[in-house]
Design a protein around this ligand. Structure first.
Ligand SMILES: [Zn+2]
Length: 251
């Protein structure tokens, strides 16, 4: 019985494929039947993998449409000055992480009516992490690690369990954090804020803005980094690895 159900599913799947493949008929006519069947099997496996990979990830704006998104790696407006995402244009996170982020937005709306979270990056495929790593191949690995994490180690971004973000105020202005997103200078380090305040390079307002972002994110257990004001982890790396699947490629 199971076999027939499975066989029926494959037939249904292949019949759906037929519509798509009709435009490629002239090319396929030159191939023998066995090759065509194998091609269809391969493409169905790829499609199924994509469904499975995206299954546990959700577009955060479908959970909370108040959250704004500007994926920096989907354009050349980033520290590498190159478009790194070819197909990814929405911000995806693990569903439980997205729900927590939505609760952060609700908390922000309560304490600062009209304010919104603005997400710069969420799930980041390992293939893109590798592109970033390879683009900096003129630097030794120890130096490269300061700009982008080694793709071999897998970051929580690869699991959809980390988010880069800032805040937009009730007039539509992005809060001034005293350093831009992906600024590699030490002025972006939360753990050095007091020193930069003392030297006058950061103002009390910059720090208040960063503290607001941290307060909002900590309200749902997100963890800040010591070196990037914009980055928050949903859990530890070991917990993330045991709970979530890595996204290897762009869906
Ligand atoms: Zn990040």
């Amino acid at each position: 019985m199971k076999f027939y159900l499975y066989f029926g599913f494959i037939l249904t799947f292949l019949s759906c494929e037929n519509n798509v493949s009709s435009i490629k008929k002239s090319k396929e006519n030159r191939l023998n039947t066995k090759q065509i069947i194998n091609q269809k099997k391969d493409s169905s496996i790829i499609k199924l993998n994509k469904v499975i990979l995206l299954d546990s990830l959700v577009d955060i704006q479908t959970i909370n449409s108040e959250i704004q998104v500007d994926l920096k790696y989907a354009s050349s407006d980033n520290f590498m000055k190159m478009k790194l995402y070819n197909r990814l244009s929405n911000a995806y996170l693990q569903k439980d992480v997205a729900i927590r982020l939505s609760n952060c937005q609700k908390f922000l709306s309560k304490i600062k009516p009209g304010y919104c979270l603005l997400v710069y990056d969420a799930v980041r495929p390992v293939s893109v992490q590798k592109k970033m790593w390879d683009a900096l191949d003129s630097l030794p690995p120890s130096e490269r690690g300061k700009f982008v994490s080694n793709p071999v180690n897998r970051s929580l971004h690869n699991l959809g369990a980390a988010v880069d973000l800032t805040i937009i105020d009730n007039t539509g202005v992005i809060l001034d954090m005293g350093a831009n997103y992906d600024d590699i200078r030490k002025i972006a380090y939360p753990n050095l804020e007091r020193e930069f305040l003392a030297s006058g390079e950061l103002s009390a307002n910059h720090i208040a803005n960063r503290e607001l972002l941290r307060r909002v994110m900590k309200s749902q257990g997100f963890r800040p980094l010591e070196t990037e004001w914009w980055h928050f982890n949903a859990c530890s790396r070991s917990e993330g690895k045991s709970k979530y699947k890595v996204l290897m490629d762009e869906p």
